[in-house]
Design a protein around this ligand. Sequence first.
Ligand code: 2M8
Length: 468
Amino acid sequence: MTADAGPTRVDATAGVDGIGDAGATRAEAAGTGGPADPAGLRRLAVDTLDANWEHDHTVPSRTLYPHQWSWDSAFIAIGLAHVRPDRAWRELASLFRAQWADGRVPHIVFNPALRVGAYFPGPEMWGTADVPGTPAVATSGLVQPPVHALAALLAYRRAPDTTGLAALRRLYPALVAQQRYLADRRDVAGDGLVCIVHPWESGLDNSPAWDDPMAAVPAEAAVMSAYRRHDTTHADAAHRPTDLDYARYLAIVAAYRDHGYSDRELSAGHPFLVECPLFNAAFGAAEHALAEIATLVGGDPGPHRDRAARITEALLRRLYAPNAGTFQPRDLRTDRLVSARTVLGLAPLILPDLPTRQADALVVEARSARFGVARRMDRPLPTYDRTAPDFEPLRYWRGPSWLNTGWLVRHGLLTHGHPDLAAGLRRSMIGLVTQAGCHEYFHPDTGAGLGSPAFSWTAALLLDLLAD
Ligand code: 2M8
């Protein structure tokens, strides 16, 4: 682990023009090893992705996450499109081969060649094999933010050839079915938004956003003595979710599994029901992307545009907190907004039809001391309000900086006409990898690398940032 890699602060001016010599000095001084020049960074990213390629998909990390993950594959495809377009399409195709008959795209597709215990919780815990409508391969029963249509569109734009067009044409119905599952089965409140049924579905597993809803999930940390966690043998336990978090994760999985992964009557007793702003922003952005994909493949963009408009309207109505000037998750078990200010709240910036008033408010939030987005950033974008008393700079999604959330915020800033802020964020993100390498996440003050040292979406999104 390089968590204690020293007091070096990330100079956000490294990057764009500045990832040359100045970056070299810093990277060497930090001694943690990202290359300094754009060509070297690109090589590091390609090598990382090549090393994590596994017959038809890319594992997020050989050690911590040796199977295929849903939203990882989407981010990875965006990067692969720059250097290995064929693999970008294979990545998405392999994921969608595991799509369930009801349209859900499982958040983990298990590699049957791996030994039992290669990841916890493994296929035996999920028990999806006997569930009607599941694929031949073992999967989880949860979903993750639907960033795949946006990824497919961006991948095509990076490599707009006939192979790409044919791949888009094949993917289009599967992407539509993914959206239909979310719209038809997961609109638990009937308000036009998707409800997530597990923190793992958010992708930001132990975000402080889930503390209140998770506190209501009955579980004891002691149950974990019956299991062997795989993550803490590969990463520092202080950088990961706690045993109590895991006990609750398992309790929620068990509740959903014992309900046959059915989404009927969830409101009657399922222990975790939340509308997440990032998930729903991705859901809306997917309809915008599908409208463009439909046009490319000879379909009708109209229904996608209509659905996109309805999703944005529902987000504004249900998850925007005018007093806070940001979006907040809604806990459907209490029908209250969660007040913790996390990076999840900034995600609706990716919606091109977000009204100016709310987009402006999110830019104010992004620029505040809580998140520190600036033309010249002195520290990386955190995942949680860095002024909050329970901000944790080492623990996973409770403070550290991640490239995928930064990439989404940057995409949103560009969408809403803030190229200078987007450039500052880009420089900051490139500076992180220059200093520490393709880590899973980064210390939000020093930029030291945390988690897995060879993490695929960091490499992939770096390629995308470098190409811009
Ligand atoms: C993390 O989540 C998995 C559970 O799905 C885990 O902690 O074991 C999250 O960072 C998630 O967003 C990511 O998709 C996954 C694989 O990188 O790891």
